[in-house]
Design a protein around this ligand. Structure first.
Ligand code: B12
Length: 231
């Protein structure tokens, strides 16, 4: 698997973890009649991916109206290429609806837990990480096991994340998407749009992995666009 690690790191992507699928994971086949024996989750947990993406042709031409979702398109290009080299099938979190349950798979692959915000928290990277693809293999793969780690939210008594949103869009177990969008689209000068979600910023875990402002703005714009275009 060293090859997968090296090839993905050229693009600033990392292997988040692996697992052997159970029937309840609803993992698709590698190809017709060929069951998936192992899964590698691919994602980002540092600023490198953004730097590589920013120097890509797709990013340069992102305002071209034919470039629908530049980061998704770039991911498809680079992960698709690596998957071909590894004889794996690549599937993506943005393919849908219906969407693949990437967060459920994340819990199977690495020591993450669900934060009070609903986002998945990692003990090191906090809320500043994401999943970009899953690689499906027809053979069992060997990957170093990751040890169980207790959720950092268990010892976090103040839960600043739940009071970090300026319009109170988050409460334990609930995310009020229309409230969040109404705030983000109410003016040009919204801090969450420039800096990234303020609730996410109020979490004390993984603060050295916080996205840079350009990346944060890009994600917030894409999020607003995806919701507004759906309505
Ligand atoms: C649809 C979707 C959304 C929808 C959610 C609709 C809803 N709640 O009704 C919208 C557009 C609102 C959304 C927003 C965001 N999302 Co989203 N989303 C997805 C997506 C593509 C599919 C989810 C799904 O339907 N899964 C299938 C069902 C069976 O599984 P499920 O667990 O029940 O799915 C629910 C949750 O995933 C939840 N959800 C999805 N995103 C978010 C975000 C927050 C903050 C919360 C509380 C819940 C939530 O909504 C789903 C339906 O109820 C996933 C990728 C994936 N394939 O999982 C990303 C994903 C869950 N989102 C993610 C992120 C990061 C966000 C944003 C924070 C990104 C951003 N800033 O742009 C924003 C939130 C805005 C903010 N305040 O910052 C990450 C989460 C990573 C993590 N650390 O946990 C994922 C995994 C994408 C990725 N590439 O990594 N998202």
């Amino acid at each position: 698997m060293a090859m997968a690690v090296n090839r993905l790191s050229e693009y600033g992507l990392v292997i988040r973890g692996d697992f052997v699928p159970h029937r309840s994971d609803n993992i698709p086949f590698v190809s017709k009649g060929v069951e998936t024996q192992s899964v590698l989750l691919v994602g980002n947990n540092n600023r490198r991916m953004w730097q590589v993406f920013q120097s890509s042709e797709i990013y340069k031409f992102k305002s071209d109206r034919r470039t629908q979702e530049p980061l998704d398109q770039w991911t498809r290009d680079v992960v698709g290429q690596v998957a071909g080299e590894l004889s794996a099938r690549a599937i993506y979190p943005f393919d849908g609806p219906p969407y693949f349950p990437f967060l459920k798979w994340a819990h199977r692959a690495e020591p993450v837990s669900t934060s009070p915000l609903g986002l998945t928290i990692h003990p090191t990277y906090g809320l500043w990480h994401a999943y970009r693809a899953a690689l499906l293999f027809a053979d069992p793969i060997q990957f170093p096991r990751q040890s169980e780690v207790e959720s950092p939210c268990h010892s976090c008594t103040d839960q600043p994340c739940l009071s970090g949103c300026p319009v109170g869009a988050f409460s334990e177990g609930r995310y009020d998407v229309p409230k969040c969008i109404a705030h983000l689209t109410s003016s040009e000068d919204i801090e969450c749009k420039k800096k990234g979600c303020l609730a996410r910023h109020s979490c004390p875990v993984g603060t050295s992995y916080v996205y840079g402002s350009e990346q944060a703005q890009f994600h917030m714009d894409a999020f607003v666009k995806s919701v507004v275009e759906q309505d």
